[in-house]
Design a binder for this molecule. Structure first.
Ligand SMILES: [Zn+2]
Length: 689
């Protein structure tokens, strides 16, 4: 039953969906080249609360995972500020600044010391500030000031000394894989059980403050110049802070943010965007830079008294976001309910499923809907739940999983031996969580079929939700003591798990945090998602079977496996290993002193890590390859790639000049170059193992 109206609007609907993937890009425009952000902006709260935090005169941090809309808030704030002649806004993508110096480094083949990189990186930031200001306020004095900076007039004396004495040697030291260092990985995992571990886990970082220039002198001069033009506030929107490694975050804090926050210079306002848990703030007094979260649990628990309300608010946000896009892109030609097959399911059911599939994150929502489009609206059919489920699966297998696996292995900025081992431990944790969930359902059904005693809440669920011979018993969610929730931060950042709620534990005075596995991951692994809907079903996730407080730390520390060097027997059973230690003898072959603990990952992946290291590439290159991979078999222009990864199209074209000779990409020329990924790159970077 093709729907005429859907067919008539389908191109616009597709654009609306795709625009969600690109939200946060400076160039979302309609066919008349109008900036659409002002019309498309949807705030998490009533009365544009989040936006108002970006516009007030306090220093703030927006914390949110990728795609939660940090950049969109910044863009909207910039739009508003443009209407005020006394205020200036400067947008700085910190990751781009960093990539810029990396890429130019590859061009010149010049070997850089750490201090050179710091210096170039900071200069890149200042150059961005200068470009932004002189666009609005052309003033010779401004040019002069930046010429002086460029000539080294404001460089910090200590820093200059460091830069001169440091030789290139320090770079070559860190290239070979240092296994004595990697051995510390397990202790790091233990350390990660305590709070505040993130910073300690970084190894060779600077302990002193990194001050590159006398930034206060520069800012005072800048203030003088700008005041003459009646500018009284300059907003510095600093985006993608967490994409920087520890030392570069520290540099931005020590050299720019901290001086501004602690000085009496009231002209500059800092608005920082970062991922949660990947933020170094140094000694900055946390009351001076106010955090605001953009992830649904943190956002909505503030205004909600219970989980149902958190979920309702998040679902409502998904609905408002989609509604706004559809209205703007189809010029009000289509209603939200026409997009979904409401004969099969209620409209609310669709929004709830979309919330599960996207965790309330606009960019994820965009991907899921874009993947839905081809099998539904493109043919004039409204979207069904099974369309959404297929799309969620595809989004998980094509985007989330490769992101999780590839970042540490192939991106140079993430590169660090300990991080690789840590990430391997995280991947193992994910696999174990999947196994536990699957095993739970299997065991319960087995007992239930044998008429053995199982908990009533499970037997009720099995009975109520059985469809022909298929049982439904969700095991997608679990909880841990809130004290140790930080051990899930890495999986959370990669969307493998999402935090859903907090509650009180049965242990007195303790709180627990509820997490859910990724929706697409559950579909892919046949794990039933959600919880049953009947009386007292709110108790479902609270069952002891879903208490992973002990299991997760155990999985993480189990990367050490005792093996007999003589017969190769692996001691997976703790009791057996206790016996071995007692008698110092292998229980299998009887040899004395042959059983030693081995770091699983270190041994297993030794060769792989070396080979990953050989083919690692700058982050930009990996991102380009991923976009091409995800869009197979379509070919993309530099402009289209740039849109998806937030870069100028010339940066893409330049990168292609390096990728082409490596055989990773090829192109056709029609009106311009259209690129596609080559088989060799797919097998190197995108095959999972
Ligand atoms: Zn043995």
């Amino acid at each position: 039953m093709s729907n005429i109206n859907l067919l008539a609007c389908r191109n616009n609907i597709e654009e609306a969906f795709k625009s969600l993937i690109q939200s946060g890009r400076p160039d979302i425009r309609d066919e008349e080249n109008n900036d659409l952000i002002p019309q498309l902006y949807v705030d998490l709260f009533e009365n544009n609360y989040i936006l108002r935090q970006a516009l007030d005169e306090n220093h703030i941090i927006f914390k949110g995972r990728k795609g939660t809309g940090k950049s969109t808030v910044f863009l909207q704030a910039e739009n508003m500020l443009k209407q005020n002649k006394n205020k200036l806004s400067v947008y700085i993508n910190l990751q781009s600044c960093y990539e810029e110096i990396r890429v130019s480094n590859i061009d010149t083949q010049e070997e850089l010391t750490r201090y050179n990189i710091y210096y170039n990186f900071f200069n890149e930031i200042l150059t961005t500030i200068k470009k932004n200001i002189s666009k609005i306020i052309p003033d010779k004095k401004l040019d002069k000031l930046f010429e002086e900076i460029h000539d080294g007039e404001y460089i910090d004396a200590d820093f200059l000394r460091n830069m001169q004495v440091t030789t290139n040697a320090e770079n070559s030291n860190s290239v070979s894989l240092n296994y004595s260092k990697a051995k510390e990985a397990p202790s790091e995992l233990h350390a990660s059980l305590t709070k505040d571990k993130k910073i300690q886990s970084e190894t060779k970082h600077e302990s002193r403050e990194i001050r590159i220039l006398s930034i206060n002198k520069i800012l005072t001069k800048l203030k003088e110049i700008l005041s003459k033009h009646r500018i009284n506030k300059v907003y510095l929107f600093l985006d993608d802070f967490s994409e920087l490694n520890f030392n570069h975050q520290k540099l931005v804090i020590d050299s720019l943010i901290s001086p501004i926050i602690t000085s009496y210079n009231d002209m500059f306002v800092i608005k920082l965007a970062a991922y949660p848990y990947r933020i170094y703030l140094g000694n900055i007094d946390s009351s001076k830079i106010i955090p605001h979260s953009l992830d649904f649990y943190d956002v909505f628990e503030k205004t909600s008294t219970n989980y149902t309300k958190v979920e309702d608010s998040a679902i409502n946000y998904v609905k408002r976001t989609l509604e706004k896009r559809i209205t703007v892109y189809t010029h009000n030609q289509i209603q939200l309910n026409e997009l979904f097959d409401t004969d099969k399911n209620k409209l609310d059911e669709y929004f709830k499923t979309l919330f599960f599939a996207s965790a309330g994150i606009p960019r994820c929502l965009g991907y899921v809907l874009t993947y839905c489009f081809l099998g539904s609206i493109n043919q004039g059919d409204p979207i069904t739940i099974s369309n959404i489920n297929n799309a969620a699966k595809k989004y998980y297998t094509d985007n989330i999983l490769p992101d999780f696996f590839n970042d540490v292995r192939f991106k140079q900025s993430f590169y660090d031996d300990k991080k690789i081992l840590n990430q391997l431990a995280q991947k193992n944790l994910m696999e174990q969580l999947i196994n536990i969930s699957k095993k739970f359902k299997r065991m319960q059904i087995e007992s239930y079929s044998k008429k053995e005693n199982i908990k009533q809440i499970y037997s009720d669920t099995l009975r109520k939700y059985k469809v022909s011979t298929t049982y439904w018993l969700p095991s997608s969610h679990f909880f841990v003591d809130k004290d140790i929730e930080s051990i899930l931060h890495t999986l959370e950042l990669y969307f493998i798990v999402n935090k859903f709620n907090e509650g009180s534990s049965r242990k007195p005075g303790k709180k627990i945090s509820y997490f859910g596995l990724n929706y697409g991951l559950c579909l892919e692994n046949n794990i039933d998602y959600g919880k049953p809907e009947f009386r007292r079903s709110y108790d479902y996730w609270r069952q002891d079977e879903f208490d992973y407080t002990d299991i997760i730390p155990q999985i993480l520390s189990n990367v050490e496996l005792p093996i007999c060097q003589n017969c190769g027997y692996e001691y997976k059973d703790d009791l057996e290993y206790e016996m071995v230690k007692k008698f110092n003898r292998c229980l299998k072959c009887g040899e004395e002193g042959t059983v030693h603990a081995v770091n699983n990952f270190e041994e297993l992946f030794k060769e792989k890590i070396e080979s990953w290291k050989k083919i690692s590439l700058p982050d930009l290159y990996i991102n380009i390859l991923r976009i091409l991979y995800n869009n197979r078999p379509n070919k993309l222009s530099a402009h289209e790639i740039a849109l998806e990864i937030d870069k100028h199209h010339l940066a893409i074209t330049n990168a292609m000049k390096k990728l082409k000779p490596l055989g990773y990409v090829s192109y056709n020329i029609t009106d311009k170059r259209y690129y596609c990924i080559e088989e060799i790159a797919i097998s190197k970077f995108f095959t999972t193992n």
